[in-house]
Design a protein around this ligand. Sequence first.
Ligand SMILES: Cc1cc2nc3c(=O)[nH]c(=O)nc-3n(C[C@H](O)[C@H](O)[C@H](O)COP(=O)(O)O)c2cc1C
Length: 190
Amino acid sequence: MASQKTVLLIMGSTRAGRICPRIAQWVAQIGRAQTGHAFEIVDLADWPLPMDDEPGIPAMGNYVQPHTQAWSAKIRSADAVIFVTPQYNWGYPAVLKNAVDHLYHEWRDKPAMILSYGGHGGGKCADQFRQVAGAVHMKLVPTSPGITLPEGVIRQGAPFDPASDFQQSLPSIRAALGELAAQINPVSAS
Ligand SMILES: Cc1cc2nc3c(=O)[nH]c(=O)nc-3n(C[C@H](O)[C@H](O)[C@H](O)COP(=O)(O)O)c2cc1C
């Protein structure tokens, strides 16, 4: 059995009333059971990264702010990352772009997966994020699951149960997690 690796689930939403944590927890649970790796949820609300306090460009890596240094260490320590992100106005949330843009080399060759959600699965947001992931040379897995939210969840904040309401997305989530595990551990994965 291969050694246990650390997979970070980075949540793209920090807004009040968000549903992102419920989705991230559900995916983490599936991932743990499927791969045996450690899945840790990262809430960007706990990582305030001001947009204007680093004098250098991230590609130079000479961070002066302790929060940027800490964020750099956090991403460096991960064996893989999963971006769990809602679609906002056909794109992905600004807080997620800011978190990516704070770093550069840390993302290179990092096995990564995008899981989007929205009224139609958030595919437009995944497409945009894929471009950015390419710019920083992440090792994105080919499958990007997209969870379609019921209208009542979006409009009225209706209660939902991921296990039953999102079961249609389960095969693609499992496929993407399998691809991610293979990227982390190419020798032992089959
Ligand atoms: C600013 C904003 C923009 C949105 N734009 C879209 C959109 O383009 N497509 C879509 O399907 N849903 C859109 N929605 C609805 C979200 O899919 C829904 O509110 C979802 O719960 C957001 O995730 P969160 O609760 O984790 O923040 C938008 C919601 C917000 C707050």
